[in-house]
Design a protein around this ligand. Sequence first.
Ligand SMILES: Nc1nc2c(ncn2[C@@H]2O[C@H](COP(=O)(O)OP(=O)(O)O)[C@@H](O)[C@H]2O)c(=O)[nH]1
Ligand SMILES: [Mg+2]
Length: 257
Amino acid sequence: MNNSNIINNKSFQDNDELSKNSGSESDQDPKVSQLNIEENKKLNIEILPENTDKEDLSFKVIIIGDSSVGKSSLANKAIKNKFESSYSATIGFDFFSFFVKINNKILKLQIWDTCGQEIYQSLITNFYRNCSLGIMVYAINNRDSYEHLDLWLKEIKRESNPDAKIFLIGNKCDLEKERVVTYEEANIYSEDMEFSKFFEASAKDGINAKEIFIEAARLLYEDYTEYKSEISSSVSEKTNPELKITLNKNEHKSTCC
Ligand SMILES: Nc1nc2c(ncn2[C@@H]2O[C@H](COP(=O)(O)OP(=O)(O)O)[C@@H](O)[C@H]2O)c(=O)[nH]1
Ligand SMILES: [Mg+2]
């Protein structure tokens, strides 16, 4: 049974009746993760194969930012462990699924990747609708992509749920010699704008690519469990599937390449 619920005005699906056995396998990335490894260990997080056909919870995640900053590359690296050095622009949208098991719940992140050429026009409303988390990407060697973040932020805040969590990602951190955006200035911007997370990444070298999505899953799972515990004493979820609550939880943790 799929119960459609709303958390922070964002939709998610809870398939409690599904079996917890997924036939999963651990995905070992040789690169050192710099993100909350200890927290993730406590939560017992396991990445599941891309072809997993079950989920208990499903969340919509969107990736936005200028063309060529590496949005598709980050998703491809994280999910398929592939990196293409030749550029092929995303036409319209691409979709990826990222499955993670957290404390025996299978989470599916439905990842919507866009071409990024629409910065001066609104993307179709469908793209932002029911988004639980936005990943805003710039490239550390592309000043324009950093300067455009305000426009992307305005867009996501206008079109999406105002409480949606937003990550800021400075991609291409392998190109240190070409760097034109410092870690420090982006970190200050991230704090000023109250992003949930900021970190630098490299789709090319596999630095923090997978961790972006693990962190997304972890935060969304935490919101979900908070939501469940808030309603468990007084409200039956089955009779109130559209219950809306507001959670005020801002975290500001940062890591750098
Ligand atoms: N050096 C380097 N190049 C990257 C990285 N990520 C993406 N690229 C390259 O940047 C170009 C654009 O990447 P793509 O993922 O298509 O960008 P998108 O338009 O934002 O989806 C491609 O040529 C990629 O190979 C990275 O982390 N490091
Ligand atoms: Mg793309």
